[in-house]
Design a protein around this ligand. Structure first.
Ligand code: SME
Length: 172
């Protein structure tokens, strides 16, 4: 069977994210390696969502009180984000989804790619522990809505079901 993943023209965000989620399950449900699964998850979002210039993960390094760059698609990015900095830091610190319509108006925004105009960051929280964040950037202001927040939250739920976080964080 072909593993090719096609972009679809969805009628609604719900339809789009149902499709993205189904493809994610297909990609990661039989693969035990957590890093491989996060890499494919980032690539899937970058392929299937419109109007992105960056999609990927920052993973918590508690000993440094910072997030460290994980698997992603897009231009090379800053490797470390202290929890008191940036949109990613705010998501990890508060445990809440951050939707930033104009990154230039966000105090402490870290500009990794000058093309980024808006951003959404979903915290990865399991059993009360912040494991990291999922970060998407767009070159278009106001690109992300509450519906993207809901769709990406269910994407993250799927990650929690299949990604072997304990293995990934062993020794971190
Ligand atoms: N803009 C982010 C930093 C990460 S890059 O967007 C990939 C922030 O302010 O948290």
């Amino acid at each position: 069977m072909s593993k090719e993943i096609l972009r679809i023209k969805a009628e609604t965000p719900t339809q789009l994210y149902n499709y993205v989620n189904a493809k994610l399950i297909g990609l990661i449900c039989e693969e035990p390696d957590p890093l491989a699964n996060l890499a494919n998850a980032a690539a899937l979002l970058y392929l299937l969502l419109d109007d992105l210039n960056w999609a990927g993960f920052y993973l918590m390094r508690e000993s440094e009180n910072a997030l460290v760059l994980g698997p992603f698609q897009g231009k090379p990015a800053c490797t470390r984000i202290p929890l008191d900095k940036g949109v990613c830091g705010a998501a990890a610190r508060t445990g809440e989804i951050q939707i930033v319509p104009d990154v230039h108006l966000f105090p402490g925004h870290i500009a990794c790619d000058g093309a980024s105009a808006s951003e959404i960051v979903i915290p990865l929280i399991r059993e009360g522990r912040v494991l990291g964040v999922l970060d998407l950037d767009s070159p278009t202001k106001g690109r992300f809505s509450a519906e993207d927040g809901q769709g990406l939250s269910s994407f993250v739920e799927t990650l929690h079901r299949y990604v072997a976080w304990d293995e990934l964080f062993a020794g971190r």
